[in-house]
Ligand binder design. Sequence first.
Ligand code: NAD
Length: 293
Amino acid sequence: MIILDGKLLSENIKSELAAEVDIIRSRGGKVPHLAAVLIGENPASQVYVQSKIRSCEQAGFKSTLIQKSADTTEAELLEIVKQLNEDPDVDGFIVQLPLPKHINEERITLAIDHRKDVDGFHPINFGRMAQGLPAFLPATPFGIMEILRRYNIETAGKHCVVVGRSNIVGTPISILLSRKGYPGDCTVTLTHSRTHDLPGEVRRADIVVAAIGIPEFIKGNWVKEGAVVIDVGINRVPDATKKSGTRLVGDVAFDEVAPRSSHITPVPGGVGLMTVAALMVNTLKACKKEIYQ
Ligand code: NAD
């Protein structure tokens, strides 16, 4: 069994990005600039945003963090989005989800200029991705594709079972893996909360992608011997042996599933770090105007 090391891969990607930014800077070009908007005090969101900002700094990107209290109104947030859309120095930006309940996430996503939508959530990017046109790919699915690519995992003709159909993970990864090319050319089954006999579906998979949000949901005897397992879940569970009283686990019961799989991503240290790296790749593409003029 091979651990798919998201930490190592994301460090490699960050070094590649840093080298490119050095060249850009030495030629007097524009350094990529990512802005992040964080509304409220959700502890997980604070950790994610800090990690995005820190990673940008490590690679020599410019970064801006806009932090506002949980009582920020939708109109105020729309104004921030408008200013970022219009700021020529900002190449790309993200509004960290989830937002407080009184703000409509869909309205905010739609207000972001798709040319700066480095999270890849805007319907224009989603639609272009689905048609195989150049687009900002959603960061987590993009990170998963990079894991498969960089570990040379065979995908053509493989049966991939995706568990979870969210707009940011399950649905887009099922589209990307079914598309022509590498990684891709999979036969994909997209499963969800209404699927009959989920264990039976997962047992048919050569590649399992778990994006459900339930700790250790996928059990050992659901997984075929030799399957590749990508665990997207990030769940905090109580653990009295830890100083913090909690630990992170994925959507896959790692101890049961790992011995049966050929390759598996750990949590933490797997998909999460690759999501940050993918966001940075998108920001550099935005800066270089690789996708949109
Ligand atoms: P979501 O809540 O939007 O979607 C969950 C999906 O799981 C839904 O489509 C639902 O149909 C399905 N589901 C729920 N219960 C089910 C059941 N009993 N059986 C089968 N399917 C079921 O979640 P999301 O935003 O896609 O996130 C999923 C997980 O991935 C969460 O743990 C989240 O924290 C994590 N996540 C990680 C990253 C990362 O960077 N690693 C990024 C995004 C999300």
